[in-house]
Design a protein around this ligand. Structure first.
Ligand code: MYR
Length: 131
C-alpha cells in the first residue's frame, strides 16, 4: 500500500533532471534540500495527496485514469494522469508551456517508496522512507 507519509531520503540524478526541466541553478540548489514529504491516502481509485516541502504545502486529489492539472513549485503547469500497472503507479504528464511529456512512476520497494522521473531523455529517482 502507498498509504502513509513518505519523506525524501535521497535522490539520484535529480539535479540533472531539474536542469533539463529548465530550473535555474539557485532553485536547483534549494530543491536539493527541499525536505519533500508526501502523504498518500488511497481509497479505491481515488488518491488524496498532501505535499509539504521547503517551497510550499499543497493538498490535492486525483482519480486514477482521470486527467488533472498540477503546478510544479516554480509555477510550471502539467496536465496528465496517474494509472496503475500491476502494483506500480505510472503517471504521464504534459507540460503546458512546451508540450513535452514528463513520465513518472511510484513503486514500493522493500520499505521504501521509489519515484522515478523522466523528461526529455533525462531520468532521475527520489527515494522516500516512511516518516
Ligand atoms: C502527486 O501524485 O504527487 C501529484 C501529481 C504529481 C505529478 C507529477 C510530478 C512530477 C514532479 C516533477 C518534479 C520536477 C521538478 C523540476
Amino acid at each position: 500500500t502507498y498509504n502513509g507519509t513518505w519523506k525524501v531520503d535521497h535522490s539520484e540524478n535529480y539535479e540533472k533532471f531539474m536542469e533539463q526541466m529548465g530550473v535555474n541553478m539557485v532553485k536547483r540548489k534549494l530543491a536539493t534540500h527541499d525536505n519533500l514529504k508526501i502523504t498518500l491516502e488511497q481509497t479505491g481509485d481515488k488518491f488524496v495527496v498532501k505535499e509539504a516541502s521547503t517551497f510550499r504545502t499543497l493538498d490535492m486529489e486525483f482519480t486514477l485514469g482521470v486527467t488533472f492539472e498540477y503546478a510544479l513549485a516554480d509555477g510550471t503547469m502539467l496536465s496528465g494522469s496517474w494509472g496503475m500497472e500491476g502494483d506500480m503507479m505510472k503517471g504521464t504528464f504534459t507540460r503546458k508551456d512546451n508540450g513535452k511529456v514528463l513520465t513518472t512512476t511510484r513503486a514500493i520497494v522493500g520499505d521504501e517508496l521509489v519515484q522515478s522521473y523522466s523528461y526529455d531523455g533525462v531520468e532521475a529517482k527520489r527515494i522516500f522512507k516512511r516518516g
